[in-house]
Design a protein around this ligand. Structure first.
Ligand SMILES: [Fe+2]
Length: 143
């Protein structure tokens, strides 16, 4: 995702906001978080590739928690503020052209089946980890 979704934002969205002088401070934070996320991912993958001692498990847990802690508000802010504002700084034609370009990149990166194939692969991982069933996250007896 870092080389797809985030790269698209960095290559096609962020520069347009900077050029338009809109949400520049937000874009700086989002970009810094992309860099931080890549650093965390590198560390998480390194820690995940071997048997871990107790101290290493703790380091992995902290990095996973930090990634989730950063990513949730990051994605929420993009969805509610950045992507909404994007419609206002590009024309409808440019927006449609970007959509087609993104689909081409998706197929180039992920191959035939594109994003849907990746979603299916993630579902297999989620089932393996026991987090696929969304209903398990619904609070029980507290509403
Ligand atoms: Fe992002």
């Amino acid at each position: 995702m870092e080389n797809y979704h985030e790269k698209l934002e960095e290559d096609y969205l962020f520069p347009r906001f900077e050029k338009a002088g809109k949400l520049v401070d937000l874009v700086k934070v989002l970009l810094a978080q992309h860099h931080a996320g890549r650093g965390l991912t590198t560390q998480i993958l390194a820690l995940s590739s071997k048997a871990l001692n107790l101290e290493e498990k703790g380091r992995l847990r902290v990095r996973l928690r930090n990634f989730c802690r950063m990513s949730r508000p990051h994605k929420a802010r993009e969805d509610t503020v950045l992507f909404t504002a994007f419609h206002k700084i590009v024309s409808a034609n440019e927006f449609d052209a970007l959509g087609e370009r993104f689909e081409d990149k998706e197929e180039k990166i992920f191959g035939e089946g594109g994003f849907d194939k990746i979603v299916d692969e993630v579902a297999v991982i989620e089932k393996g980890l026991g987090v696929f069933d969304l209903s398990q996250f619904t609070p029980k007896g507290q509403v």
